[in-house]
Design a protein. Structure first.
Length: 107
C-alpha cells in the first residue's frame, strides 16, 4: 500500500493523463480543468462531473449528478476499481462521456 505522498503522486498523474485526453475534445462539448487534485468536467448543457483525490482514504472519487463512485487502486493491475464492484474508472468515465457527448468515447 502506498503512503500518502505516493498516493497523491499516482492520483495526480492519473488525473493529468485524463486531462490530456479530455483536452482533445471540442471545448464546447466538454471543458476540463485540473487544479489541486480536482478534475472538473463541464458539459455543453452546463452540468459538471467532478473527480477528486481523497488522500486520507487513498481513493479517487467521481461524482456525476446524484451518482458517486469511490475507486481504490488495484496494485496488481494498476487500475482504479470501484469499491462497490461497478467497474474500472476509465470504463465508467468512458461510458459517462459517451452518454453525455452522444458518441462512442474510449479513454
Amino acid at each position: 500500500m502506498a503512503n500518502d505522498l505516493e498516493f497523491t503522486k499516482e492520483a495526480d498523474q492519473f488525473m493529468a493523463q485524463l486531462l490530456d485526453a479530455l483536452d482533445e475534445f471540442d471545448p464546447d462539448d466538454v471543458d476540463a480543468q485540473l487544479s489541486m487534485g480536482v478534475l472538473t468536467m463541464e458539459f455543453r448543457d452546463g452540468t459538471k462531473c467532478i473527480m477528486n483525490r481523497q488522500t486520507a482514504a487513498h481513493q479517487i472519487w467521481l461524482a456525476e449528478g446524484a451518482t458517486a463512485w469511490h475507486f481504490d487502486k488495484d496494485e496488481t493491475t494498476g487500475t482504479w476499481i470501484d469499491t462497490k464492484g461497478r467497474g474500472e474508472l476509465k470504463g465508467i468515465l468512458s461510458d459517462m462521456l459517451s452518454r453525455r457527448l452522444e458518441r462512442a468515447v474510449s479513454l
